[in-house]
Design a protein around this ligand. Structure first.
Ligand code: NAD
Ligand code: 6OH
Length: 486
């Protein structure tokens, strides 16, 4: 069993209270790690260390020096690739190929890309007229926000954490990270990388624990934290926003979604089935960008439902390193119970269960894991709980539609607005649709294709602010204007 400690001022430290909590494997519910639970004392120590670094060695570096260090972090993550893959697989139970090809490479890229951004960013300048005829010059400079609290979810822990830590550090901030209690290991491991590369002590700190009355809330309440970036549930975002209002701290939020996938009859049928399948079931459906509402144009509806059913029934459950398996469990028993409650609710609400709806039979100790079947429904009312609420599991509801206007209205009839995926070969229609769907990210004939220079974030209750490329500078820096009388 591993012992995971807080990482404060470059040192791994237990909690002064001696408190620890267990992390269980999603595969078989075995305890795999004992985690130090940070109290107010550790959060306070982390804030002091972060502030010290800001006004000390880190704050004194030039942009070029910072950039070189961040390239070093990206390289060191790549050198320790197998360790990160192993740690993340242990926490999430997801297949090794997803870790190796998507989540861990993105962790390294998240440092490299924002180092490139900050190296190349320009500032504005304006010359203005003055009554004496000599004029004035205005120019802007971007300065770090300060100490940034980074509160993270469990579904793609390393990728989502570094998506925030990368730009925060590139912009010259220091951070206090609170990984999810369900996925503490890669954040802890990143401390070793920071030390190996020579990132000054106190720049990157990690405190472990839970949300309310624990490390998460303590970060949001600490007056020494200047801004808070959070990825997680919309409800949690609301609680964090309240805490951040004390002291007028800025927030950046990536929140929940109930994303629509829209398939027109003229789409490349096989590509659409593959794309919707991936978007609904990758990572066992635990992807914020995932599709839980599928709308299919009526002429191909039955054929589409059957094709998706065949694919869903073809998944192979198994351990992350089992090369015959391509499908993992949910993160925890608690989350499995939530997803299964929606599986029951769907039946109560009158759904036709096309496939799944329960728990697969697993051999031996895997029977204790948090496995659920990929599930497809049809026939639910548009206002049913299963069609309107985020489930965050491997499931989707498929509904036929007859016109572009109808499907736009259906897609937009939700409080969330994170992403949508549209499948059609009519390009004019694709662009028309993209302008009408109320989301932050629209994919056409694709899904989760990411250029890290682009704006990423949600509309409506799916988020506040945009991260990615230069867009991240809006949150991670203050723009200071300097006016010089000539
Ligand atoms: P969560 O909101 O339960 O927890 C996220 C983090 O917040 C955890 O570290 C938790 O300990 C902490 N937390 C909880 N209550 C808190 C409080 N009151 N104060 C401070 N911190 C608190 O989310 P989760 O279950 O870990 O993740 C799943 C959710 O995240 C889903 O809703 C999903 O859609 C969303 N998500 C969104 C994106 C996106 O980019 N929009 C990406 C991934 C996940
Ligand atoms: C949510 O589960 C996935 C979010 C993805 C990103 O934040 C990203 O940068 O690709």
């Amino acid at each position: 069993m591993r012992k995971i400690e807080n990482f404060i001022a470059g040192e791994y430290v237990a909690a002064a209270s001696g408190k620890r909590f267990d992390k269980r494997s999603p595969l078989d519910n075995r305890v795999i790690a004992s985690i130090a639970e940070a109290g107010r004392a550790e959060v306070d120590a982390a804030v002091k260390a972060a502030r010290g670094a800001l006004h000390g060695e880190w704050g004194g570096l030039s942009t070029d020096q910072r950039v070189e260090l961040l390239y070093g972090v990206a390289n060191e993550i790549t050198r320790r690739f197998d360790d990160f893959v192993e740690a993340e697989m242990a926490d999430t139970g997801q297949p090794s190929h997803v870790m190796k090809h998507v989540f861990i490479p993105r962790g390294a890229a998240n440092f490299k890309v924002f180092a490139d951004v900050i190296k190349n960013v320009a500032s504005e300048s304006f010359q203005m007229a003055t009554p004496d005829g000599r004029g004035a010059l205005n120019y802007s400079m971007r300065v770090p926000k300060g100490v940034v609290g980074v509160i993270c979810p469990w579904n793609a822990p390393f990728m989502l954490m570094t998506w925030k830590v990368g730009p925060a550090l590139a912009c010259g901030n220091t951070v206090i990270v609170k990984p999810s209690e369900e996925s503490p290991q890669t954040a802890a491991l990143l401390g070793e990388v920071m030390n190996a590369v020579g990132i000054p002590k106190g720049v990157y700190n990690v405190v472990h624990g839970f949300g309310p009355d624990s490390a998460g809330e303590f970060i949001t309440q600490h007056p020494g934290v200047n801004a808070i970036t959070f990825t997680g549930e919309t409800r949690t975002g609301a609680a964090i926003m309240k805490a951040a209002s004390e002291g007028m701290r800025d927030v950046s939020f990536e929140l929940g979604g109930k994303n629509a996938g829209i398939v027109f009859a003229d789409a490349d049928f096989d590509a659409a089935v593959d794309g919707i399948f991936r978007s609904a079931f990758l990572n066992s459906g635990q992807v914020c960008l995932g599709t839980e509402r599928v709308y299919v144009e009526r002429p191909i509806f039955e054929r589409f439902v059957q094709a998706l059913k065949v694919k869903a029934e073809g998944v192979k459950f198994g351990r992350p390193d089992d090369h015959n398996a391509n499908y993992g469990p949910l993160i925890s028993q608690e989350h499995r119970d939530k997803v299964l409650s929606y599986y029951r609710k769907a039946v109560e609400e009158g759904a036709t269960v096309v496939t799944g709806g329960g728990v697969p039979e697993m051999p031996g100790e895997l029977a204790e894991g948090s496995w659920v079947q990929p599930t497809i429904w049809t026939g639910l009312a548009d206002d049913s709980a299963v069609v309107t609420e985020e489930i965050f599991g491997p499931c989707c509801h498929i509904r036929p539609f007859d016109s572009e206007n109808e499907v736009v209205a259906l897609a937009n009839d939700n409080v969330y607005g994170l992403s949508t995926t549209i499948w059609t070969n009519d390009l004019a229609r694709a662009h028309r649709m993209a302008a009408r769907v109320e989301v932050g990210i629209t994919w056409i004939n694709s899904w989760f294709l990411r250029d890290l220079r682009t704006a990423f974030g949600g509309a409506k209750q799916s988020g506040i602010g945009r991260e990615g490329g230069v867009h991240s500078l809006e949150f991670y820096t203050e723009t200071r204007n300097v006016c010089v009388k000539l």
